[in-house]
Design a protein around this ligand. Sequence first.
Ligand SMILES: [Zn+2]
Length: 304
Amino acid sequence: MGDIIDLDGMLDEIDENVRDEIASQPEVVDKGAELDISKLPVEARRWFKVSGVLAVVADLKGSTKLGTGKRAASTASIYQAGTGNVVRVFNRFEADFIAIQGDGAFALFWGEKNFERAMCAAITVRTFSQKFSERLEKKWPDSPKTGFKVGVAEGRLLVKRVGTLRNRDEQEPVWAGKPVNYAAKAAQAAEREEVIVTGSVWDRVEKNDYLAISCGCPDGPSTGIWKNVEIPNLPDDEPEAQGRLLEAGWCETHGDEFCNAVLSGLRKREGVDQLRAAVQMSQFESAVAAKARMARENRNVGPR
Ligand SMILES: [Zn+2]
């Protein structure tokens, strides 16, 4: 950094670039529900639009309290074992894009079985987080309590590579749109070892017995694993804000079976007809939730 910075010149250049960018409409190429990320444009003004993308955000609770002084070793372990294994889970469920961001990570899922892969990844992060937290507390009883909070959202994204034109190492895909933002808000609203899904994601969860109804250990299958939740800090009247909160993780006995059932596209379980009806009826539990559902249904008539 020996050179003198021509600050005024740089700011003028930026302003000119902003002016040009605003003056011309960017081209938006509709990719439907599929995207080849290796072919993202980097040259200016060309964006890809991809629909029905599932975003999963895993956020490390209390990370601002993790010190780098005498607690440096525990902090380093928490990040390595925590974020490292979140990424491992996202990879295992074939996330189509993964980024480590701040004190957690997010993954995007599009294309075939993207909803199923995203939900299985979210619940798996929530499940491993419990033992992860227990191990940390045993090793460092004085460290701040931590663990992963998970948010899931769905919607349309615009994407392009942004960065230095000729240097791929200095380019990152930029994802514009609600899903990543809403999933982050949902994760922030969660406690550790909770998964919060936005309204549209719940609309799909409730149609899958393996996700909406518990396995039944120990007291028989139940719909009580999901609770209504309003996700804060979303725009007023945003129907996605009427979400649901899952406290349960995969069952030690049935998790393997259920996870693979979801991934293989199964939805219906034997002997839970009454509970399924109860789940479908739950839209009438609160007027706000019912209204938000109708708004989502109306909005989702066209392509998302
Ligand atoms: Zn079970």
